[in-house]
Design a protein around this ligand. Sequence first.
Ligand code: ADE
Length: 248
Amino acid sequence: MTTTLRFDVFTLFPEVFTPYLETSILQRAQESHLIEVKLYNIRDWTIDRHHVCDDMPYGGGGGMVMKPEPIFAAIEAVLGAPPSCPVVLLTPQGRVFTQAVAEELSQQTHMALLCGRYEGIDERVREHLVTDQISIGDYVLSGGELPAMVLIDAITRLIPGALGDPEGAWDDSHATGLLEYPHYTRPPEFRNWRVPEVLLSGDHARIAKWRRQQALLRTRQRRPDLLEKANLSDKDRDFLKDLEFQDE
Ligand code: ADE
């Protein structure tokens, strides 16, 4: 028996999740009970007539701030007080989401994702309810919905069985610490551009070597910062050394 990883998403816009969750890998992962995604509209926990979820910031300044009461009420109604699982706030102020963070979170069985909107969220939510804060990168989006979807997608891919391919996600870009090698499919020649001969050779050892070297080349060219942390073999290091000589 595999356990189901459950995501409880708290948002003002639950409807934006549905089409993506009902597509391809995420849909299949839900059908096979690898994941379960529950969507909660924070507005359902307002108690005023107009269902207000935001208010003006104390101290003035532009923009509106998400009120604490409906957020606490929603999360505590679903998950208890204190909540029975990690509560992750999606925010540009969080730790940066990487493949390593996705792997860490894929070990959980249950997590809440809280999507901020407006200019911010009352600080008491961060201090007394949230247990983790994650940013998907150094840019600002209009809300935490896309970031929450990014987390769900990246984490689900790591659950054994979520990808149709039995090889799974092991050689995805970043999974190995490197960018992935180039891919080709038929036809072998398209507009005079030929598929590299080695891939048509049927020689699996040569293909594996070529792919590894392409991954190293590509990472060195586009993301040299990743090479410093990547798990490299002696052969990999020799290959990179040779490239340095060629540069000189
Ligand atoms: N909300 C707005 N921008 C964000 C970002 N970059 N990451 C996570 N949540 C956000």
